[in-house]
Design a protein around this ligand. Structure first.
Ligand code: PMP
Length: 367
């Protein structure tokens, strides 16, 4: 590690929490309840599956490096020019590359505590300095949510980039239109504000607003989205960003030539066309999210507000023992010690059957 560049020395490799391959072998895919990675239990549109099969004749060819068809479809969906779009191998890749391109040694990146883990990783990998803003308190109306006033206060003349997630992982929390608009009005124009909207399609709170509506007024804003969550295509690894054309052009300089593979491009384009499936999956998620939250609260657990497909759940004491006991019974959740929330577990909202099995095992463990 001493030979690594200074930003890399302090990093740890991604830890998924459990060896899921070994778990699937041990419990069988039908028995294991996998609620650790905020995946979509309903899967993608059938059109997306068919589009992949349609690509099998072309596997010996490189894909379209520009992803033109998918970008044109996205441009139509969002009502933006194609020049405002960039595709990534998951939005993770884009979040990493934003710091690499726009921040470096001697410069600062600001993000809130309990923000998405990749924000810290991207900042360190770029060799930039992290400035972490305090979250809203645990007894606030939006407990542990992003405190945009604190984020503003953390910005200095050395700040190049701000990362926010709306809604945020792992808290599930969100901020509303007024807070976002007020924040953007006060951020210096030379600071790039990345709004990670991985869960945006699932947000149905009346005050939730995407930063996509604010791009024209604020050319320093970058919105990232993904096909991994609401579209149910986590396995294909496709995300995208929407930003000012000049900013996209600079990002494109560092993009790996064929960063999104051909079957993935075709599947995502097909998935975009199936709005009925998207709406259906989001409605099921909202129903299950509400009923799972109520069931967990009825068991005396603390459930944080969520506009996503997961719930942050407080156990009132160190949750590691519960997490281990659940895993031993084939229910995989995400421990939160690494996020500084050791009394919490993050529970992805499954389908009705998965949630029922989760609750049954939880009752054994809590007894
Ligand atoms: N942002 C947030 C807030 C997330 O929770 C995730 C996935 N866990 C991502 C980005 C990255 O998703 P992907 O790389 O699959 O697009």
């Amino acid at each position: 590690a001493a030979r690594a560049n200074p930003g890399i020395r302090g990093l740890k490799a991604y830890d998924p929490g459990h060896d899921l391959v070994a778990f699937r072998r041990r419990f069988g895919e039908g028995t294991l309840v996998e609620l650790g990675s905020n995946e979509n239990p309903y899967g993608p549109s059938a059109d997306a599956r068919a589009a992949i099969l349609d690509q099998l004749h072309a596997l010996h060819r490189y894909p379209d490096p520009l992803g033109g068809d998918l970008k044109r479809a996205l441009a139509a969906v969002h009502g933006v020019a194609v020049e405002r779009l960039m595709l990534g191998n998951g939005s993770h890749e884009l979040l990493m590359q934003l710091a690499q391109v726009f921040a470096g040694p001697g410069q600062e990146v600001v993000f809130p505590r309990h923000g998405f883990a990749v924000f810290a990783l991207a900042t360190q990998a770029a060799g930039a300095t992290m400035r972490v803003a305090a979250p809203l308190p645990r007894d606030a109306a939006m407990p542990l949510g992003h405190d945009l006033e604190a984020v503003l206060a953390a910005i200095t003349p050395a700040t190049r980039l701000v990362y926010l997630a709306n809604p945020n992982n792992p808290t599930g929390t969100w901020f509303g239109r007024q807070a976002l608009a007020g924040f953007l009005a006060r951020v210096p124009g030379e600071v790039i504000v990345v709004v990670d909207e991985a869960y945006a399609e699932m947000a149905d709170a009346p005050d939730y607003a995407s930063a996509l509506d604010m791009l024209d007024a604020h050319p320093n804003v970058v919105v990232t989205r993904t096909f991994s969550k609401a579209y149910g295509l986590a396995g294909l690894r496709v995300g995208y960003l929407v930003a000012a054309p000049g900013l996209v052009a600079v990002m494109e300089r560092l993009r790996e030539s064929f960063n999104v593979n051909g079957p993935a491009l075709a599947a995502c384009e097909a998935a975009l066309g199936d709005t009925a499936h998207l709406r259906w999956a989001c409605e099921r998620n909202a129903e299950q999210r509400a009923s799972l939250a109520a069931a967990l609260q009825a068991r005396g657990l603390e459930v944080f507000p969520s506009q996503t497909n997961f719930l942050l759940v407080g156990f009132g004491r160190d949750a590691a023992q519960f997490e281990a006991a659940l895993a031993g019974r084939g229910v995989v959740l995400r421990p939160m010690g690494g996020y500084g929330l050791p009394d919490c577990l993050r529970i992805s909202v499954g389908n009705a059957d998965e949630n029922r099995r989760l609750l049954a095992v939880l009752d054994e463990v809590l007894a």
